[in-house]
Design a protein. Sequence first.
Length: 206
Amino acid sequence: MKLNLCVLASGRGSNLRAIINAQRAGKIKSRVRLVISNNSKSGALKIAETGNIPHYHLSQKLFGSESHFVNEFLRLLNKYEIDLIVLAGYMKMISPRVIKKFRNRIINIHPALLPKFGGEGMYGIHVHEAVIGSGDMVTGVTVHCVDEVYDHGAIILQKRVKVKKGDTPEILQKRVLKTEHKLYPEAIKLLETNKIGVGKRKVILK
């Protein structure tokens, strides 16, 4: 099953690039049909522009109200016939209206093994600082379904990553990011082949 993807990203867009590379290599059938960023200077928008992918800077600050912002958000999703919303370093909470309309059709990638090191404030380097501070020797990556609570939705796919002696948060972040780039296309592949249903079960890759 080929899915139309909308990727939401706020930063460099490295996971967006990984997904685009996977589709070009024939590893997934799904296609990125739309890219939205709340950051006008994000690398994700530049990647989309280079790839001739429709892309929009969409921030609530540009609208008179949250309602108008969400209306435009939903209009774009409808215009491009989006099947699956893919969060890739998107630093904003998704509106409950969007979650309701796309229930079980929004996924996120998190740089730890949820439910550990998740929740509000657990993003980017803060996650890796917390992992190292805990003394854990194993961390990882989680792809999960998005609901109304931060990092709470059903887990789709996970992969473990070793924490090595002498790791700094920055070194660990780079190692985990490499795993993210591999795992996100794998999760999309599972969804498009119906090998796993969102919210039904968990797969952990050793």
